[in-house]
Design a binder for this molecule. Structure first.
Ligand code: HEM
Length: 399
């Protein structure tokens, strides 16, 4: 089967609101038929089973992340920077790039941010409550959305006085049109402008840190490898900003949505395993794409060189061959080898940071307040994304 260029669309079957909010029955039905299916409309394979998803993410030689290699995929605007980043590089180049920042994202390195994350969480929640006249706040607007941008801006070394402007650019880049008056073209234009503004901002910051090093991530990137090109440097900054924001937003939101449904709130001892279970049960990133570099046979079907494969992490995470009682939320599940942060070479660089942010945010929420759902399931609106999984807003009552 041949691949016909870039993968642009989300499976039709998942487009409806209910399916976006809860795609798991659909995954289960597909997986029961076969671990992988060819979709003639999108010209790609969808992979739903744990072992096969893991195999594809774990085998860089047969399955590449480099979309230009086989599909000619060309993202527009600010996203062209992303093509030069580790996310779209195969080894050995990937490993050299990732080495530059690896140590700054280790659990021991991000740990020092804990007091900052706690203080910012408290501030954001207090501000949101101040503005609310009935004690109900939108968890997304109040906390889950702003927190990750504030944290990564601080890590990169964006001075406090620039963070609001920085956040606005970053918000524009990830904004969707849904529910707004504006048409897609106008939004695209604004996003392009915001991308350019951010790139210029980073260009300046990089120049400043070259002149006058500080104790921040941009300085570290600049010093780590003097041979990095300007595009690579900007790519780094953009990737860290874009890869870590809405993903972490959705982890925090999916956690509170799930805890609310389950009438459960984790105590100190269960919080971290409960977060792992959210990453399994409602993975913020539902799918990752790969391109076959050679012909491969899976379940008697031939994936041809050049074919695109969509690996459904969210489906693999509900595979009963790997997880007992896969559709039940088990807050202290152990072991829990979920694929929520991917697997293998591209395993999420920011996983320790995302875990820390979620853990501290949920701790601050739960210790400062009693959190009660103020949403009706009928009111939940899914975010419109081809690979992210979450809701646009989640009203909660804080007492
Ligand atoms: C809950 C939050 C997050 C989730 C669910 C998530 C998920 C993922 C996944 C599934 C991948 C694998 C991509 C692939 O295999 O093609 C990935 C890669 C990556 N993530 Fe995250 N991520 C999160 C937060 C973050 C944060 C906070 C950062 C950094 C600030 C970050 C930076 C990256 C980078 C740089 C990569 C590429 C790594 C590589 O190619 O080696 N992520 N992430």
């Amino acid at each position: 089967m041949s691949s016909a260029g870039p993968l642009q669309t989300f499976p039709e079957a998942l487009a409806a609101r209910e399916r976006r909010l809860d795609p798991y029955d659909w995954y289960a039905d597909r997986r029961a038929e076969s671990p992988l299916h060819w979709d003639p409309d999108r010209h790609c394979w969808d992979v739903f089973a744990y072992d096969e998803v893991k195999r594809m993410l774990g085998d860089d030689e047969s399955f590449s992340v480099n979309p230009r290699e086989a599909t000619g995929f060309q993202p527009a605007g600010e996203q062209t920077f992303l093509l030069e980043t580790m996310l779209f590089q195969d080894p050995p180049k990937h490993d050299r790039t990732r080495d530059v920042v690896d140590e700054f994202f280790r659990p021991s390195a991000v740990k020092s941010l804990e007091p900052f994350i706690a203080a910012e969480s408290q501030r954001l929640l207090a501000e949101a409550l101040d503005e609310s006249d009935d004690g109900v706040v939108d968890l997304v607007d109040a906390l889950a959305y702003p927190l990750p941008v504030i944290v990564i801006a601080k890590m990169l070394g964006v001075p406090a006085e620039d963070r609001e402007q920085f956040k606005q650019w970053s918000d524009t880049i990830v904004e969707g049109t849904a529910g707004e008056e504006e048409d897609a073209e106008a939004l695209q234009e604004r996003q392009m402008e915001a991308g350019m503004a951010l790139a210029n901002y980073f260009r300046d910051l990089v120049a400043k840190r070259r002149e006058e090093p500080r104790d921040d991530l941009v300085t570290s990137i600049v010093q780590a490898d003097e041979d990095l090109t300007e595009t690579e440097l900007l790519g780094f900054c953009m990737l860290l900003l874009i890869a870590g924001n809405i993903t972490t937003t959705n982890l925090i939101t999916n956690a509170v949505r799930t805890f609310g449904e389950q009438e459960y709130w984790p105590g100190e001892r269960q919080r971290d395993t409960a977060i792992e279970e959210v990453l399994r049960y409602r993975a913020p990133v539902q799918s990752m794409t790969r391109v076959a570099m050679e012909d491969v046979t899976v379940d008697g079907k031939t994936v041809e060189e050049g074919d695109t494969l969509v690996c459904w992490l969210g489906a693999a995470n509900r595979d009963g061959t790997q997880f007992a009682d896969p559709d039940t939320f088990v807050p202290d599940r152990r072991p829990n080898q979920h694929l929520g942060f991917g697997y293998g070479t591209h395993y999420c660089l920011g996983a320790p940071l995302a875990r820390l942010e979620a853990s501290v945010a949920l701790r601050e929420l739960g210790t400062e307040y009693e959190v009660r759902p103020a949403w009706e399931d009928d009111d939940l609106e899914p975010i419109e994304s081809s690979f992210l999984h979450g809701v646009r807003s989640l009203p909660v009552r804080l007492d």
